[in-house]
Write a protein that binds this ligand. Structure first.
Ligand SMILES: [Zn+2]
Length: 303
């Protein structure tokens, strides 16, 4: 199936930010989406690709001598004339030295500085969306000030799924290590995090959809404006190469549901020419999807 490239103005442009790195901007209808990669980390390639043989995934995600591959902390600022929304806050800076060495992140990136370098001051963010509460998506939710953890985006309302919080608090041995209370409990205590039950439209056109697979309550973010659609798949599609629906992550708690949900959403993305973003893809910020003769790939990759 060949994607229909929308005839309306879907423009993507790059500009050089204050730190000298390139920021990619995608325009969807009345909205501007800026890709903010808050650094990256290196993690075992096998855990990301599960049952996919290394001989296949290593072609696109070359591992180092310890079998680690690079994974981006991918965040996005979505704005129109009235609103400025941050999706995900990266991995944060609270890891100890051993963990930093293990993940090859000697100088982790602070989300406040990362968005500021792209021209967005933290005080101007009105909404933060946490697709789920794993540390690598919410690690920048809070900062330490005066001996306590407070919101890194001081004027924002944070959104997370109630089911995800319940699961985080269960501390199941399978994924307890993914959750750190400092990333969400202080926000709940301060009344700054709003829990949502199921699907939600945070503003007209911006939809949060519970999409089980990676875990029970992770949300996919879709933005529809004018003729165009952008979808942030978060960890349902971690890398661009994961657009093949059966290439699910070894981290996924519900791999069969992940395959079903990926097949459904990616088929729609290919048919309707959606622009897509992925949870940990370290190179491509935005891409469209093509499905042809049973083979899936990204096209028009904006890097
Ligand atoms: Zn993740």
């Amino acid at each position: 199936m060949t994607p229909l490239i929308s005839s309306s103005a879907v423009a993507s442009s790059s500009r050089v930010n204050r730190l000298g790195s390139v920021s990619l901007v995608l325009e969807i209808g009345n909205f501007r989406i800026t890709s903010v990669r808050a650094g990256s980390y290196w993690w075992d390639g096998g855990t990301f690709f599960g049952v996919v043989p290394k001989t296949l995934w290593a072609k696109t995600q070359p591992p180092d001598e310890q079998n680690l591959i690079e994974a981006g902390f991918n965040c996005f600022v979505v704005e129109n004339d009235e609103r400025r929304i941050l999706i995900e806050t990266g991995g944060g800076v609270r890891h100890d030295e051993r963990a930093r060495a293990r993940m090859r992140t000697p100088a982790p990136v602070r989300i406040r500085e990362a968005i500021s370098a792209h021209g967005f001051e933290p005080e101007t963010i009105d909404t933060v969306i946490n697709t789920h509460l794993h540390w690598d998506h919410v690690g920048g939710n809070t900062v330490d000030e005066g001996g306590r953890a407070v919101a890194s985006m001081p004027n924002a309302r944070y959104f997370a799924q109630r089911g995800e919080l319940d699961h985080a608090r269960e501390r199941h041995p399978r994924d307890s290590v993914s959750y750190r209370e400092v990333n969400y409990e202080p926000l709940l205590e301060a009344g700054q995090m709003q829990l949502i039950d199921g699907d939600s439209e945070v503003l007209p056109g911006l939809q949060l959809t519970v999409t089980p697979g990676h875990n029970r309550s992770m949300m996919v973010v879709t933005l529809k404006s004018g003729e165009d659609t952008w979808c942030h798949f978060a960890d349902l599609v971690q890398f661009a190469v994961n657009v093949t629906p059966t290439w699910v992550s070894g981290f996924d708690l519900y791999p069969l549901e992940a395959i079903d949900n990926k097949t459904r959403l990616l088929t729609q993305a290919a048919a309707e020419g959606w622009w897509c973003s992925f949870g940990h893809e370290p190179v491509t910020s935005f891409a469209q999807v093509e499905s042809k003769d049973g083979k899936w790939r990204t096209i028009n990759n904006r890097t």
